[in-house]
Write a protein that binds this ligand. Structure first.
Ligand SMILES: Nc1nc2c(ncn2[C@@H]2O[C@H](COP(=O)(O)OP(=O)(O)OP(=O)(O)O)[C@@H](O)[C@H]2O)c(=O)[nH]1
Length: 296
């Protein structure tokens, strides 16, 4: 490949809770998500978002939570999952809050093992009262681990985000884009919200539920303080309803709760979410039904 070859790869953002991982990821990729979540799940990683530039495609993946609270076997197992994810991606962004190094950071650091692909991101630098503190802080962490690069950022003020992307880009492998531009969307949040519910359904009961399932947002009331969303999951057969509900409605509760959490992050405000199930027999075959649901 030539020097100008296209680059594409997977990136994991790790750090202890509250260091600003989600804010950073959202600031980097915006709300551009892949509408091929169904397909994406069959790969090793769960795709969180994709950023496409002329010469690079950045695919951000979810990293399972790092566990320090549970001891023994549980802890070991969780940490193995984290280590595995980090070993599978092309670039790791290790996020540490400016001026705040803690035992939690140190534990997580011990799970990293390929320094060539790991960038130390110092977050929330806008909160630092004295910029002179930054250098000794970085030096202290860099002494513990051989990071490949260090980039201080502010996600809220959008400082140094392009520099960070440039550092990531250099470390992505030469690949053609994995996603076509037209499978990526910055369609309105309502669409993304429906997509989030659909994604949870596929993750939880995708194997048991045939293709005939769609999600329609029926009600959307949003104020500065919060949002009230009512969504309807349309299935093809009566027999699909209990699959979706699960024992004691457990599946549906989990789907709604996880989707609500994601929507809260997306909208950055509290969300009240109601999810209903409707059976519309044979909807997938009926042209008129498809038009009702917004498909042309
Ligand atoms: N001032 C400032 N605050 C930030 C910045 N980035 C994140 N924050 C704030 O830090 C808090 C935590 O941010 P999150 O992005 O939720 O952190 P996280 O690491 O994803 O947290 P978990 O989901 O708990 O792991 C929020 O209140 C953010 O608004 C930044 O660049 N500057």
């Amino acid at each position: 490949m030539t020097e100008t070859a296209h680059r594409c790869g997977f990136i994991a953002v790790v750090g202890r809770p509250n260091v600003g991982k989600s804010t950073l990821t959202n600031a980097l990729i915006g709300t551009k998500i892949s509408i091929v979540s169904r397909k994406a799940q069959t790969t090793r990683h769960r795709i969180q978002g994709v950023l496409t530039r002329d010469a690079e495609q950045f695919i951000f993946v979810d990293t399972p939570g790092f566990q320090t609270r549970h001891g023994g076997a549980m802890n070991k197992m969780m940490n193995r999952v984290v280590t595995q994810t980090l070993a599978d991606v092309d670039v790791v962004l290790f996020v540490v809050e400016a001026g705040k190094w803690s035992p939690g950071d140190e534990k997580l650091l011990s799970l990293l093992h390929d320094p060539k692909r790991t960038i130390l991101v110092i977050s929330k630098i806008d909160q630092l009262k004295n910029r002179d503190e930054l250098y000794p802080f970085v030096a202290r962490i860099a002494a513990l681990y051989q990071f490949d690069a260090v980039v201080p950022v502010s996600s809220t003020k959008r400082h140094q985000l392009d520099q960070l992307l440039d550092e990531v880009a250099k470390r992505l492998p030469e690949n053609e884009p994995f996603f076509d531009a037209d499978t990526l969307t910055d369609r309105p949040v309502r669409f993304i919200a429906a997509e989030l519910i659909r994604e949870k359904i596929f993750r939880l009961v995708g194997d048991e539920l045939p293709y005939g399932c769609t999600v329609v947002i029926e009600q959307w009331e949003e104020t500065e303080k919060g949002a009230h969303v009512a969504a309807c999951v349309i299935v093809e057969r009566d027999s699909h309803r209990p699959i979706l509900l699960g024992a004691g409605g457990g599946h549906m509760k989990r789907i709604a709760s996880e989707a609500r959490q994601d929507m809260t992050k997306l909208l950055d405000k509290p969300v009240h979410l109601e999810v209903y199930i409707k059976v519309r027999k044979g909807w997938a075959e009926k042209e008129s039904s498809l038009r009702d649901l917004g498909y042309e």
